[in-house]
Write a protein of this length. Structure first.
Length: 196
């Protein structure tokens, strides 16, 4: 529920159920709704509890309260041709994924902080940063530790770099030349999405 409301008032509940606020108060007094009271005496209900109430009572779930199945993936690579091919392949094989791309590590890290992607595909040969350290810090960060990391290495990548990247805990390590079907399969598996 990214930008969605996490709590609902009696008026919100009434609007979603197409009843009066007085009916909602009656449901609360009858123990049918799990609510809490604000210091000002107003009833509030967590959106997740309200969803369970709707489902248990076979009431329609408003679209704005439906859990989002959106998965965001960020591609970070300085090869524009590879970015284009990867973007097209992922869009074709995983059509529900929202893709973004970046051609350098600094902008990539800024986008990770802003977009909060579910997965990031990182080129290990990006200049200007120790990519094993980037992977380690992403794994250690409170906001990024659950993000899936797919690292892409050159065929002749340094063995020490690959050891450090594996030790950092990447979820997949792919080798160039990058097989786009393999990339899509790995992302689909990590994101638990069907690959077309």
């Amino acid at each position: 529920m990214s930008a969605r409301r996490k709590t609902l008032s009696t008026g919100d509940i009434a609007r979603h159920c197409q009843v009066t606020p007085a009916t909602v108060v009656n449901w609360i007094k009858a123990g049918k709704l799990e609510v809490y009271t604000t210091p000002g005496g107003q009833y509030r209900m967590d959106a997740a509890d309200f969803l369970r109430f709707l489902q248990a009572n076979r009431l329609p779930v408003p679209e704005e309260l439906e859990p989002s199945n959106e998965r965001r993936v960020l591609l970070i690579d300085n090869d524009p041709e590879l970015l284009e091919r990867a973007t097209q392949a992922i869009a074709r094989r995983l059509p529900t994924v929202v893709l973004d791309e970046c051609d350098n590590v600094v902008d990539g890290l800024l986008k990770i902080g802003r977009l909060k992607p579910h997965a990031a595909v990182l080129d290990l040969s990006l200049p200007g940063a120790d990519m094993a350290e980037v992977c380690r810090r992403l794994r250690a960060g409170a906001d990024t530790r659950n993000m899936f990391l797919v690292a892409v290495s050159a065929a002749d990548a340094d063995a020490e770099l690959l050891r450090r990247v594996r030790r950092a805990g990447v979820d997949a390590l792919l080798e160039r030349p990058l097989n786009m079907d393999e990339l899509a399969r790995n992302l689909g598996k990590l994101l638990k999405l069907p690959v077309q």
